[in-house]
Design a protein around this ligand. Structure first.
Ligand code: SF4
Length: 491
């Protein structure tokens, strides 16, 4: 989900809005911290989780809490869940991490057998409680629906203006409210049909769940940009952004929610309809590279093994001699293992990563990001002294982490530092639910990688090629969105 303003019809407007947002932040100090864990990474916007508990044996709120903890990496700014309470659909939401938003006492008091949950990371939109999800719409008779959405609509502005013309009063600045409003308007047709009619209106990326106190519906855009899976345990069903969340609650993976599919779960079982499907799927390939947990499985491929395979393919591009491979913790670990195995040289954990950092009050400026890297990493001089090192990371965004880490390694005595990136360079904006910095901040915008290596301070810089990613995931380019490095946006 994204800010209503940023759901623009073209890149120029989106970039302008991002710039103006940065300006507003500088003036108001509205975002006065960065998350040290991913200060120099592209950021996933959201994760969704839902449980439809048919067995009557568990508390849906506690199960959803566990599912959201498993998806915390997909959004750390707010968390929420919606369930059936005494007054119909109720919700608990707040700013912060899952463990900060929900108390065990409050969760234990919920008696609903079904719940939907959400973790959010905002990009161009304000990070505030009004935009925390699930969003809820209620009628005067007490009926209502709750919606949790991962993705980003691309025709938001048009739909937003149309709704304003119709007199709609927006309660949030999130494009998710547009989806919620359409489903709520059409709900007299039945929840599944309401979702179908809504999907005829909205464009872009969405993997979402909606709950009306009786039925749970999961739906995914026809391109399938963002992942969504369904699992089961006994008579209960689960929907989640990643299989790792199913594992956490002890559920077994049934299958992916297909692109364009509307899947309804009710006390009478599962009912599915695939509305429309694009000729090519457009799953975000960076789910494999960076966003998803390594223990998750997407489209039948384990994320850790895909990253390892990319590292092995990257090894084939190495033309110099090395003493060891060092992962940039923790994002480069899987690819580094693959590279070290392929080169038959040692993998050394030569960079300590402070595990006790997270949301820390550091300004989201370049100097703040540099401080974040120094707080996070410290190389082990005794391991690297005099050695020729390949440092492996999953991606290169601003280059801040790479530059500071290279500087640290060289100051501690590394003979050579070669930077190996297990993905192609980011060059284009993402309109489908990922926060990538504006173009002028991207390190690898130009074609001269030797110049970039020397500006980072590395002895060389090697990127994985797009075909490495396709080989590693085992499917051709027709199955993935690659727009942020190829510039080819799905139709
Ligand atoms: S543009 Fe890049 S980050 Fe965005 S969905 Fe496509 S591959 Fe993923």
């Amino acid at each position: 989900m994204d800010n209503i303003e940023s759901g623009t019809e073209n890149g120029r407007v989106q970039n302008e809005l991002r710039k103006s947002k940065q300006g507003r932040e500088q003036q108001t100090g509205s975002t006065n911290y960065i998350n040290i864990e991913n200060a120099d990474k592209p950021r996933e916007k959201c994760g969704v989780f839902a449980v439809f508990n048919n067995s009557g044996s568990g508390n849906a709120a506690i199960i959803t809490y566990l599912g959201l903890l498993a998806l915390q990496h997909r959004g750390q700014e707010s968390a929420g869940m919606a369930y059936k309470g005494l007054r119909g659909i109720e919700s608990t939401k707040g700013m912060g991490l899952v463990e900060q938003v929900f108390t065990r006492k409050a969760l234990s008091a919920v008696e609903s057998e079904t719940a939907i949950g959400h973790v959010r990371y905002s990009t161009t939109g304000p990070s505030n409680a009004a935009n925390a999800q699930p969003l809820v719409a209620r009628s005067f008779d007490g009926s209502g629906i709750a919606l949790a959405h991962n993705g980003n609509l691309t025709n938001t502005r048009r739909l937003y203006n149309a709704m304003l013309e119709e007199g709609h009063i927006f309660h949030s600045t999130s494009d998710t409210e547009i989806i919620l409003t359409y489903i709520f308007r059409y709900r007299r047709h039945g929840l599944m049909q309401a979702v179908e009619k809504t999907m005829e209106k909205i464009e872009g990326a969405y993997a979402a769940v909606v709950y009306d106190g009786d039925k749970l519906v999961a739906f995914r855009d026809p391109n399938g940009y963002r992942p969504l899976v369904i699992g089961c345990l006994g008579e209960s069903y689960f929907v989640a952004s990643e299989t790792a969340a199913l594992d956490t609650v002890g559920a077994s993976l049934l299958r992916e929610v297909e692109p364009g599919e509307i899947l309804q779960i009710s006390s009478s079982g599962i009912n599915s309809k695939v509305t429309s499907k694009s000729e090519c799927n457009s799953l975000c390939i960076f789910e494999y590279v960076y966003f998803a947990r390594p223990d998750s499985v997407i489209n039948g491929a384990n994320v850790h093994l895909v990253r390892k395979a990319i590292g092995a393919l990257l090894a084939k591009r190495i033309t110099y001699s090395l003493d060891m491979v060092v992962p940039s913790p923790d994002s480069g670990v899987s690819a580094a293992i693959g590279m070290a195995e392929a080169l038959n040289i040692p993998l050394q954990w030569a960079v300590y990563r402070n595990p006790y950092l997270g949301r820390t009050f550091i300004e989201p400026t370049q100097s703040g990001r540099e401080l974040a890297v120094r707080l996070k990493f410290n190389p082990i001089a005794e391991v690297i002294k005099g050695k020729k090192i390949a440092v492996v990371d999953d991606s290169l965004v601003r280059g801040t982490t790479a530059r500071i880490l290279t500087d640290m390694l060289k100051k501690m005595g590394a003979a050579e530092v070669h930077l190996c990136i297990a993905s192609p360079p980011y060059r284009n904006p993402c309109y489908y639910g990922i926060d990538i910095p504006v173009a002028r901040e991207l390190a690898a915008l130009g074609p001269d990688f030797d110049k970039l290596a020397s500006s980072i301070g590395a002895d060389s810089l090697t990127f994985a090629e797009p075909e490495d990613l396709f080989i590693a995931v085992g499917k051709d380019s027709c199955n993935y969105c690659t727009a942020c490095f190829s510039g080819r946006y799905p139709g």
